[in-house]
Ligand binder design. Structure first.
Ligand code: SAH
Length: 217
């Protein structure tokens, strides 16, 4: 089967899985997932499944990328923060929906690979940082939208603080670090008012606080 027909089949799977926002579907269609997976998994790039990447992490399942992107209700003028760059795939999809994407990853090696991919695909509206995403990106706040792609036990307070007061939306998986009993929730912030909704169950790698030490040369 050709890449093109695999892609069409995946888009159909996404629609059946509840991704109906045409802007989100178009962003996914225009993002070559094969450029974000390891060499050995290229033939599975358009299967609707999570795949392993370096540093024991995973590139998220396409339907989850679609549903979370859709839940964010991103406008083309929005400034978006993503926590957990991983392969860079979700950031690449967001970059097609928003004005600018800031993305934070705690593993330096993963981020370096993702940066190469952004460059190769000429995605110039993505800004990256190695760091602890639990603390957000204080120098760039507030953000219209925040997406966390690793599971936290609680909603990280610094991220709530860095979300725009004027209709800011944050989407994140919350629950056990073991991967069971996690669900994606959506937090809306209007002035000092918050509302939160439970959206769907998921299984994400944990949001780990701190950054791995760089070995001394
Ligand atoms: N969005 C990614 C999915 C990556 S999996 C993609 O599309 O491929 C989650 C990522 O979050 C992992 O790469 C992990 O290293 C990273 N992560 C976990 N805790 C973090 C933290 N506190 N700060 C930044 N990144 C974190």
């Amino acid at each position: 089967m050709s890449t093109e027909s695999r892609k069409i089949r995946l888009l159909m799977d996404l629609r059946n899985g509840g991704v109906t926002d045409t802007r989100v579907l178009a962003a996914i269609e225009r993002t070559p997932r094969e450029a974000f997976v390891e060499e050995t998994f290229v033939d599975q790039a358009y299967a609707n499944q999570a795949l392993p990447i370096n540093c024991g992490q995973t590139i998220s399942q396409p339907v989850v990328v679609g549903l979370m992107s859709q839940a964010l209700e991103i406008g083309e003028r929005h400034k978006v923060l993503e926590i957990g760059t991983g392969s860079g795939y979700q950031a690449a999809v967001l970059s097609k929906l928003a004005r600018r994407v800031y993305t934070i990853e705690r593993h330096r090696d993963l981020l370096a690979e993702a940066e190469q991919r952004f460059k190769g695909l000429s995605l110039h509206n993505i800004t990256t940082m190695v760091g602890d995403g639990y603390k957000g990106w204080p120098g760039q706040q507030p953000f219209d939208r925040i997406l966390v792609t690793a599971a936290a036990r609680i909603v990280p307070p610094d991220l709530v603080a860095q979300l725009s007061d004027e209709g800011g939306i944050m989407v994140l998986p919350v629950g056990d670090v073991g991967g069971l009993n996690q669900e994606v929730i959506r937090v809306r912030k209007d002035g000092h008012k918050f509302t939160s909704e439970r959206l769907f169950p998921v299984r994400f790698v944990p949001l780990v606080q701190g950054v791995p030490e760089v070995p001394r040369k």
